[in-house]
Design a protein. Structure first.
Length: 137
């Protein structure tokens, strides 16, 4: 492959990645709910509006599943505003542990999908989140 072809391929790859990222960001803005994809990391500010809610996941009009809903602001997308994030009892216990410790801003990493989803929570010093724009590493 010539140097020119390599340069064109790199440009094409950059265009693909840029357009895919733009689509993903727009979908996030359009969504009423906060959601993370497998492998994604972000920094969330937790608001004091949270608690247990019953949800209808099978569309039959009957709320049969207990979830724990938190209002969060994705620090990397503040312009999207506060969004609800529903989690299971297991992840609610982890989040509540950090909230009880006074940590309102957490770096969150999602690993896996479906029943094998794990979240990893790391407190973020709220004094430093503004200086580095809260970007997750």
């Amino acid at each position: 492959m010539s140097k020119n072809n390599t340069s064109n391929n790199n440009h094409n790859n950059d265009s693909w990645a840029e357009n895919l990222k733009r689509n993903q960001e727009q979908r996030m803005k359009d969504s009423k709910w906060f959601n993370m994809q497998p492998g994604e990391k972000t920094v969330l500010e937790f608001l004091p509006d949270f608690g247990p809610v019953m949800k209808d996941f099978n569309g039959d009009g009957m709320a049969e599943t207990l979830r724990y809903e938190y209002k969060v602001i994705d620090i990397n997308h503040r312009d999207a505003g506060a969004k609800p994030w529903d989690v299971s009892k297991r992840w609610s216990e982890c989040i509540d542990y950090h909230l009880k410790q006074g940590h309102r801003i957490l770096k969150v990493e999602r690993v896996g999908a479906g029943m094998k989803t794990n979240y990893y929570f790391t407190p973020v010093d709220s004094r430093s989140s503004g200086s580095n724009s809260g970007a997750a590493s």
